[in-house]
Each structure stands twice: as structure tokens, then as C-alpha cells.
Design a protein around this ligand. Sequence first.
Ligand code: ATP
Length: 248
Amino acid sequence: MLIPKSHPRAASLHIREKLVSGYKSGLLVEEGLLAHGRGETFDYLIGEKTSKYALRAIKAASVALILAKAPVISVNGNFAALCPKEIVQLAKIVNAKIEVNLFYTNEKRKRNIAKTLKKNGAKEILGLESKYYKTIPKLDSARRVADKRGIFSADVVLVPLEDGDRTIALKKFGKKVITFDLNPLSRTAQTADITIVDNVIRGMKILVDISKKFAKKKNLSKIKFDNKKNLAHSINLVKKNLRRMAHV
Ligand code: ATP
């Protein structure tokens, strides 16, 4: 279906189409579509645009990725369907590895995701060869597998649209966790070191652009960033929009 750009929900309908097409080409599963529904609700509540708080988190994330020793971008089906080009661009700019890591793990789907990323210019994709598999402690069997050259040995991991158990396990395992999560109340949002409360499709473009600029700087230093405080601002933004929408 062709959606006119003037449609008030054109952007969110376009995102839905991307996900449905990703589903049809074997990148994501039904549960991924449902997870998107949760995200879409919160996108509506934050006003479907990148807030100044999200921008603050994006800047902190960019610096953390550039200064990391071994940064890794963890890719699931939704992320691959929504921004394959930006994943590859960001990996190149911040010198990060890309690892496919799925909640509902499936070797064929992993290969489909890797193919999409390669079509977008990725050279190496981790998480596909069992000889490199290691297990993250304190996590149930399906999700604890990580590539020993990637997430397992990373210091900073970008894990967008992640579930809380895995985020908590990654944190306990000593990783600095950066996430995109439209729901500022989710366990992932609350547990991560840097939570970007924005739609990954908007936020990744900004993260790429900012990282391009930051990567050129000679004396890039860490940005002071308080995730809890920043999340509280995003929660207040949701409250404010709710009151405005409900005229109360
Ligand atoms: P948690 O276990 O962290 O509490 P959850 O169980 O609510 O999370 P999951 O289904 O595990 O949610 O993960 C999906 C998360 O990704 C949700 O919090 C949802 O808001 C978010 N999300 C979905 N689509 C997007 C998107 N396009 N951009 C950013 N976040 C998204």
C-alpha cells in the first residue's frame, strides 16, 4: 500500500510496512511485530519525535561507543528490519563489531539478518558460528549464547529493543549497556546505563550523524550523564502529553 506523505500517521505507517516486509522476508517473528506495538504506543505518547532528552542520551551513547575498547552492536530482527543501513554505518564510524543475537533464536533467521546487513555493506557479522559460542551467566538457555569475539568480550554493547532479563544479565556480566527503548518504564530502559527513549528508526540516524562529528574530534571526553534523571524527564514528557491529549 502506498501511504501519502501528508497522512498524519505517515511515518508510523511507513515503519509498520517496513516491519511487515521484514516479517515476510524472514527477519522477524510474530512476537517482534507485537513488541513493535508496545513501542508504537509509547512513540505516540512521546509525540513521535526525538525529544531533547533522547538527544542528550544519543550524545552520551555516541561518546561511550567511540571511547569504548571493544564496542558491539547487537542486532535482532526488528532492528535489522528498521535500520540495516544505519547499523552498518554506525559500526564503521565507531569501530564496533556487529553481532546477531535473537530472543527467539533460529539459525535460518540469523542468516537472513546477516544477509540483509551484508547487502547494506557489512563485512563481518558475528553470532553465526557455533564454534565461537559462549554463555552469558545468569540467563536462561536460549538467550545466553553470545559470540566470544563479540558481546562476550565487549566492554560497551548497544542492545536496542531488548528484553529486561538479558539487559540485567549483561549488566551483571560487567557490560556498559546502551539501548533504544520507547518505553521509559521497561526493565531494559531502567537497567541500562544509557537509555535512548526514541524510535530506533529516528534515533539511529541521529546517532550516526552525531558519531560522524564526534569521531573527528581530537580530545573527545566522556559526557556526564545520569540515566535515571534523564528517564524521569522522558516519563514526565509522557505525562505532559497525556494531559494535553486528554485535555485535563
Ligand atoms: P522489558 O523486559 O525490558 O521490561 P518488555 O517486556 O516490555 O521489556 P520487550 O517485548 O521485551 O518489552 O521489548 C521490546 C521493547 O522495545 C519495548 O519496551 C518496546 O517499547 C520497545 N520498542 C519496540 N519497538 C521499538 C522501536 N521501533 N524503537 C525503540 N523501541 C522500541
